[in-house]
Write a protein that binds this ligand. Structure first.
Ligand code: CP
Ligand code: NVA
Length: 294
């Protein structure tokens, strides 16, 4: 059975550390074509800047190749069942990466794949983002003895970060509006690492003791028709200069300036979002090489 990454807690805490260490090593020293002649199939049902370019560039850096499979390129889910796409791709490529709406689709891809399947964002999880986030926090603070405040939606990016933070030993407080909390299942899985986050509906309380503030868009991909409703529901959750204070700001990007963050905050020296974005490349390089070694 191949090792898959559908969410961060598919890794043990030791494996998570090994992936981050491999990422840091390759970031510092480069790598001598460890994925020579290997291919990554990249399924995208949603748009992407960082994920697509970092995976594709990473495969080039590691001596391999990536194939982009956009929503109009393959039959996934419409011309053939997900399981058939998975079985066919497994006969060609060495890894499959998938960005899809329904988390059940990456689960099905993994169930039928003979090669590792990497979740590159579903409506429920974004583990590759969390790997980059943990790498960034460790670089910025030296270790994970850090208090983080999440302010915003408790969906995909937040949920994987909750798991990664729990595994890494980060002290996390999650502030969401009512109705946008992290799923109970994710909180229970975090509690399994003896480090479930504090939860609140008060952004000011969440940031009070935080070393770092992290946010994500209020209107996720696929929710565009709920924009007005969501912007109203998230009133008071915008990360402003006032709320951030002198803390670093993390954001998975893309940033919707004027919604979850102000332009001033994103353009300020407090924003470490570009280091975070760069680390998508390094974290995924570490992941791909580690997966190839399993
Ligand atoms: N953070 C992130 O996944 O960015 P993209 O949507 O640009 O890939
Ligand atoms: N929550 C966002 C994350 C984008 C990387 C979305 O799902 O659109």
């Amino acid at each position: 059975m191949p090792t898959h990454l559908l969410d961060v807690d598919d890794l043990t805490t030791e494996e998570l550390t090994a992936v981050l260490d491999r990422a840091a090593e390759i970031k510092g020293d480069g790598a001598d074509d460890p994925l020579h002649q290997q291919t990554l199939g990249m399924i995208f049902e949603k748009p992407s800047t960082r994920t697509r370019v970092s995976f594709e560039t990473g495969m080039t850096q590691l001596g391999g190749h990536a194939v982009f499979l956009g929503p109009d390129d393959i039959h996934l889910g419409h011309g053939e069942p997900v399981k058939d796409t998975s079985r066919a791709l497994s006969r060609y490529v060495d890894f499959v990466m998938a960005r899809v709406f329904d988390h059940a689709d990456v689960v099905e891809l993994a169930e039928y794949a003979d090669v590792p399947v990497i979740n590159a964002l579903t409506d429920d999880a974004h583990p590759c983002q969390t790997l980059a986030d943990l790498l960034t926090i460790r670089e910025q603070f030296g270790d994970f003895d850090v208090s983080v405040a999440w302010v915003g939606d408790g969906n995909n990016v937040c949920q994987s970060f909750v798991l990664g933070a729990a595994m890494a030993g980060i002290d996390l407080t999650v502030a969401t509006p009512e109705g946008y909390e992290v799923d109970d299942d994710v909180l229970e899985r975090a509690a399994g690492f003896d480090n479930a986050p504090e939860t609140t509906h008060d952004p000011q309380a969440a940031v009070a003791d935080a070393d770092l503030v992290y946010t994500d868009v209020f209107v996720s991909m696929g929710q565009e028709d709920r924009r007005e409703e969501k912007l109203a529901d998230f009133d008071g959750f915008q990360v402003t200069t006032d709320l951030l204070g002198d803390r670093p700001l993390m954001h998975c990007l893309p940033a919707h300036r004027g919604e979850e963050v102000t332009d001033e905050v994103v353009e300020s020296d407090n924003a470490i979002v570009w280091d975070q974005a760069e680390n998508r490349l390094h974290a995924q390089n570490g992941l791909l090489v580690w997966l190839a070694e399993q």
